[in-house]
Design a protein around this ligand. Structure first.
Ligand code: ASP
Length: 593
């Protein structure tokens, strides 16, 4: 029907007859002439309808916002003084000859033009309308450009796109599974994949060598701002490549995507060890746009009598760290109170601080409720270690290491954002040398990445020192977001069984859950490894938003529901009977018989 998209027209079309199809974005009557802003996904063109063209004028006069029209006319330059430099079509307009109303529309639930301040719930419920907003269309178009850049890059390097099943067995990635009851196997369930991890490894054993897939994954976990229960991974696996090669290729992919879609050129990504990241930034996904760093001061605090500091300073699982904020002495009491509340979310019991007012006066030039507990000497030694200067503020964390890292790590990012301390627009890096395992409070080991990650040592060494063993895993971090993660995998059965054993997965459970993998490893599994990127997060970063729902056409809410379709929904009794499922409406009475 159309000859051009609305957003496509410019002076090069001057004098041409064109046909546009789209929606009425705005209508204005100007002294007997009607102006319609016609919109489609590519942009907006101003259409002028003159009363001389009687039929067209009568139809345009009836048209309201969001009517769907087909308009034929001539492109002409806008009269002098009426051009709009903010629009790609701002130098031209169309003089309509013929208007056809393809469909009428009711008044939309919220305005499509410009900024909308309606709540997100309203937007999600009326997603069809919300997606019409030029801002949302731009995001979806960018997302499509990203996936096509990924495919072009992977195809050019010989990666094969292979699909893996959605109805499958559980793949442990550390979240809860979404389950699907089987009708044909009474009492049995499929799990939706948390990732295609085991299938992509088996594809390597089958010899496919370089695999990728842009694939949906499902994790039933508590949602945060940057998570969704179903999300998309760019999933990659290779054989005969070591970690340096895998990181090299995937880093090149990200560079290609940023360059193609945003014109952003990255240099080589720095590498940082996990230990270093935790020490300096309190996080394994540090936002390196922010120049603040955590500094250990436990050795100085061990000598003070103040229990709040002395206790954690002497505890091998404790940490006492300081965070110097340049220019932070201007923070008000209220702001400091707000930061104290903020760190309490991470379990910190308080937030001690020292303002540096006049360092030339020694400890007398410091302002703080805690100096009297620290003593002047220790306070001044801390200032020296931090290189503090007049006008700075120093915050302290003293607790279990995990609490200090999480609290000060998050505070660092919050202050960085609040005071706009960013020193650059983009800060990509790799985190390497992760520990193999994490110790839970009850002394059990869990896999830090997933149980198929290869350790950097032999099975014997791993068994002897599991807690200190490092893995061959790597994460890619950009601006404080983990955008991708992967590892070299275990490709020998013996090592895989050692890891299962250390994770307290007994022989029987190993066979039951992972027998197919253990068998595959016996038939000539090549050395292999890979990585998965979170596509949604990557697109989110490229769009400059921190709301993951804005880059997914039909996302779920934070309580994992779809407001548009009202999913999840109830199902009919017959369907449940077919599946041999009975709903326990009242859990208390259901357990009593
Ligand atoms: N399967 C991993 C994940 O989803 C990524 C990988 O190891 O390739 O996090």
């Amino acid at each position: 029907m159309r000859s051009h998209y609305c957003g496509e027209l410019n002076l090069s079309h001057d004098g041409q007859e064109v046909t546009l199809c789209g929606w009425v974005h705005r209508r204005r009557d100007h002294g007997g002439v009607i102006f319609l802003d016609m919109r489609d996904r590519e942009g907006i063109t101003q259409v002028v309808i003159d009363p001389d063209t009687e039929e067209a004028f009568a139809l345009a006069d009836k048209a309201r916002s969001e009517y769907v029209l087909k308009i034929t006319g001539f492109v002409r330059p806008r009269p002098e003084g009426t051009t709009n430099a903010n629009m790609s079509t701002g130098e031209i307009e169309m003089l309509a000859k013929h208007v056809e109303v393809l469909n009428e529309a009711q008044t939309p639930p919220f305005q499509i033009e410009g900024y909308t301040d309606v709540g997100e719930d309203v937007r999600l419920k009326s997603r069809v309308i919300d997606l019409r907003r030029p801002e949302m269309q731009e995001k979806m178009i960018l997302r499509s450009k990203v996936t096509s850049a990924v495919r072009a890059f992977m195809d050019a390097r010989g990666f094969l796109d292979v699909e893996t099943p959605v109805l499958t067995r559980a793949t442990p990635e550390g979240a809860r599974d979404y389950l699907v009851p089987s009708r044909t196997h009474e009492g049995k369930f499929f799990a939706l994949p948390q990732s295609p991890q085991l299938f992509k490894q088996m594809l390597m054993v089958s010899g496919f060598d370089r695999y990728y897939q842009i694939v949906k994954c499902f994790r039933d976990e508590d949602l945060r701002a940057d998570r969704q229960p179903e999300f998309t991974q760019i999933d990659i696996e290779t054989s005969f490549m070591d970690e340096a090669q895998i990181m090299g290729t995937t880093e090149e992919l990200v560079r290609h995507v940023f360059s193609k879609t945003k014109g952003v050129e990255f240099g080589e990504f720095p590498h940082m060890t996990y230990a270093d990241a935790m020490n300096r930034y309190g996080s394994d996904k540090p936002d390196l746009r922010i120049p603040l760093e955590l500094v250990d001061v436990a050795d100085l605090m061990a000598s003070v009598e103040f229990k709040v500091f002395k206790g954690p300073a002497e505890d091998p699982k404790g940490r006492v760290a300081a965070l110097k904020v340049t220019g932070g002495a201007q923070l008000s009491r209220k702001q400091i109170d707000d930061y104290t509340k903020f760190v309490s979310i991470y379990g910190a019991k308080g937030l001690a601080w020292i303002k540096v007012n006049e360092l030339e006066n020694g400890a007398n030039g410091l302002q703080s409720p805690i100096i009297k507990f620290l003593g002047d000497d220790v306070a001044m030694q801390i200032m020296e270690r931090l290189g503090a200067e007049n006008g700075d503020i120093v915050f302290f964390g003293a607790d279990r290491e995990k609490v200090v890292n999480e609290a000060l790590g998050a505070l660092r990012c919050k202050i960085g954002a609040d005071l706009n301390l960013y020193t650059k627009e983009w800060a990509p890096l790799w985190i390497v040398d992760f520990p193999m395992f994490e110790e839970t409070d009850d002394g059990k080991l869990t896999a830090l990445h997933h149980p198929f990650t290869a350790p950097s040592c032999s099975p014997e060494e791993l068994e002897n020192n599991p807690v200190t063993a490092l893995s061959r895993a790597y994460d890619m971090v950009i601006n404080g977001y983990e955008v991708g993660g992967g590892s070299v995998r275990i490709h020998r059965q013996e090592m895989q069984q050692t890891v299962f054993r250390l994770l307290s997965i007994g022989e029987e459970e190993q066979r039951e859950k992972f027998g197919f993998l253990l068998d595959a490893l016996q038939y000539g599994a090549p050395p292999h490894g890979g990585l998965a990127f979170g596509l949604d997060r990557l697109v989110m970063l490229l769009c400059g938003t921190d709301n993951i729902r804005d880059v997914i056409a039909f996302p779920k809410t934070q309580s994992a529901a779809c407001l548009l379709t009202q999913a999840p929904g109830e199902v009919d009794g017959n369907q449940l009977r077919d599946l041999n499922i009975r709903i326990r409406r009242d859990p208390a009475s259901a357990t009593s018989h």
